[in-house]
Design a protein around this ligand. Sequence first.
Ligand SMILES: Cc1cc2nc3c(=O)[nH]c(=O)nc-3n(C[C@H](O)[C@H](O)[C@H](O)COP(=O)(O)OP(=O)(O)OC[C@H]3O[C@@H](n4cnc5c(N)ncnc54)[C@H](O)[C@@H]3O)c2cc1C
Length: 430
Amino acid sequence: MPFNGKPQVLVLGANFGGLTVSRFIRDRCGEAVDITVIDRKPTLIFVPNIPIEVLANNNPAPKLHLNVPPILEKDDTVFIQAEIDEIDLQRREVSYRPNERPGAAGEKIGYDYLVIAMGARLAYDRIQGFGQFGHTVSDGYYGNKLRRYLHEGGYKGGPIAIGSARFHQGSRGKPDWLPDSESACEGPPLELALGLATWLGDRGLGGPEKITLFTPADMIAIDAGEEIMQQFLEMASQMGYGYVHSTQDISRLTQDGIEFANGDSVEAEVKIVFPDWVAHDQLRDLPIADEQGFIVTDLKMRCRDDPNVFAVGDCAALTVPKLGAHGHQQAEIVADQIGADLGKVSGEATERTFWPEIICIGEMGHHRAFYIHSDAWYGGDVSVFKMGYLYYALKLAFKEMYFMTGGKPPQWGVPVTELVAERRLDSSKA
Ligand SMILES: Cc1cc2nc3c(=O)[nH]c(=O)nc-3n(C[C@H](O)[C@H](O)[C@H](O)COP(=O)(O)OP(=O)(O)OC[C@H]3O[C@@H](n4cnc5c(N)ncnc54)[C@H](O)[C@@H]3O)c2cc1C
């Protein structure tokens, strides 16, 4: 509890959402607050670049782990490595168990402001057969497992299937402009399909015709906007990719392929799968959660019934699809809101509300990447789809910038990428 009378800000989670929000709160509020961050692990994993490292035959973890405690220490923010057990909104306290060594006793910590940035559980354990037959790239362990399979003699040259299980989105408190999504995050399947085709070609093992993309929805990555995805799918079909849609969900993985809930199946030696993003048990039963356990907020990321509580990143109901870029935008809004409450932020910044934009840069191999910037799915009019070397360079540069600034880069590539990727090219056309 406070020793000095300053408002206590407690941030739960220290990956993209949690690290960024805690750094921006310090930025906006200076020494007017005490900030404490809790996470079960001291390292951030820079997930978006795992596919690049896997295809380049690098173990992703050593290159993509960022050590968080020294960054927070410099900000005068306290980091506690612990398992978060329970959030008590009425008493304004959180129960946790330090986990550096087994056997630690449970403790409680109070707060004046609570920022929930705990992400979601990637539920591979709900996909029958995944442990035995599945691959993915959402963390260092799985990335390295796929890398070893591809590069160290496991791969027999058979067909590859890439796609998602069904995502279950809540509806309580959902704004009208936010569509229902049947998949949590479909940029990575697109990226892997393009990157793997180049990888196969380079080794004389074939190309796009070996790869089938699948989706539970009527159209893959529809959140990037229908126009962009029609262009993408036309290109993919000309290149020879297989494409299966409306699968509803994955029923099970087998040695020979994937069986879907709609009765279809696809043959595959390599099954690269993205699961349902499921809310954590600690959040599921809170009165501020929707029926799927995601935290319901207003557009300033405040919980309507508990205005000192905020949500940022994948655990927020507004974050659809589950993109770090959304979490970054929300982190800045939350920092401005807490700053405004404490008289440290004023003017336009206090009125800023969350409006999602899909920003996705996916590697295609041979130092090329695709770039999507769109809010068309939400009813906006931004719809940009480009490909080339520049976007590959931007993808690498963003990771470097993220690490160099300790998780406080310009907004997830938006202003910088927009400036370089969109305005520069437009002016060069003129
Ligand atoms: C392959 C792949 C590629 C992607 N590429 C992109 C991209 O190009 N652009 C983009 O915008 N997004 C991308 N994403 C999505 C992006 O990675 C996520 O949106 C982002 O990681 C979410 O950040 P977060 O901080 O909200 O949640 P998380 O990253 O899940 O972090 C939550 C943190 O909370 C901690 N935590 C949770 N529960 C507890 C507990 N009980 N006790 C203690 N600690 C706890 C966890 O340890 C973790 O550190 C990609 C995702 C994947 C899988």
